[in-house]
Design a binder for this molecule. Structure first.
Ligand code: MN
Length: 235
């Protein structure tokens, strides 16, 4: 029996293929730092407690836009495709994980869903609602780091990255607006867009970029997965 920490990794339902898929980078990254990756499908919301109980930690992965209905707003014209069932399942799973004191790592869409689960709101479209000063939806390859993020001194993120500024990739057009109760911002892009949040003890920790595409060549991004799996092992 493996004693590795069991890391539940959210998959996405692809309607056109009728499949649940998890991008390989998440699986590889967790394997690379000593975790046991387990794919979690979007399932019955009634089963989130059972699912949270089967793993030592959960990664809320990248994916589609979050429906603004879950934080009480109407969709703006520039919003992309959404799936409310995905959003409501993941929000419930985050609450279940918190209740069981299982660490949660959010990546890209994951930081947005976590913020909503904590009662926060989102910008639905950066270019039309915040700024056009920095490109947050790069055309470059996923392994290319395209903008910088300032790390909040003294934050859990700072302890992981061990630097004041880091370069990140960027594949999002939504961003955090009001920050949920119990979360604080731990990194921002130079245009003010939130790039990382964490809770008081770092058991919930999320980034807006994609470290699963960067960890192989960049120790400060690998450190995100190392810190998370280490936390999950300690539970
Ligand atoms: Mn960005």
């Amino acid at each position: 029996i493996s004693m590795k920490p069991r890391i539940g990794i959210m998959s996405r339902y692809l309607a056109k293929d009728n499949r649940f898929v998890t991008k390989a980078g998440y699986i590889y990254a967790i394997s690379a730092v000593g975790g046991l990756p387990i794919q979690i499908p979007i399932a019955d919301v009634a089963d989130v407690d059972a699912i949270a109980g089967m793993v030592d930690g959960i990664i809320i992965t990248g994916g589609a836009d979050v429906t603004p209905l879950v934080y009480g707003e109407q969709p703006v014209p520039a919003i992309g495709p959404t799936c409310g069932a995905n959003d409501r399942f993941e929000i419930a799973l985050i609450h279940a994980a918190l209740a069981k004191k299982k660490p949660v790592l959010g990546i890209c869409r994951g930081i947005q869903v976590i913020n909503v689960a904590f009662g926060g709101t989102l910008y639905q479209d950066i270019p039309s609602q915040i700024s056009r000063d920095i490109c947050h939806n790069q055309g470059a390859a996923g392994t290319e780091r395209t903008h910088s993020a300032a790390i909040e001194p003294g934050s859990y993120m700072h302890g992981i990255a061990k630097c004041d500024t880091m370069l990140v990739n960027s594949f999002h057009h939504q961003a955090l607006n009001t920050i949920g109760d119990g979360l604080k911002v731990s990194a921002r892009a130079m245009d003010g867009v939130v790039e990382a949040v964490e809770n008081a003890d770092g058991s919930v920790f999320a980034v807006q970029w994609h470290p699963e595409l960067l960890y192989a060549e960049n120790p400060e991004h690998r450190a995100i997965f190392e810190a998370f799996v280490k936390r999950c092992a300690a539970k």
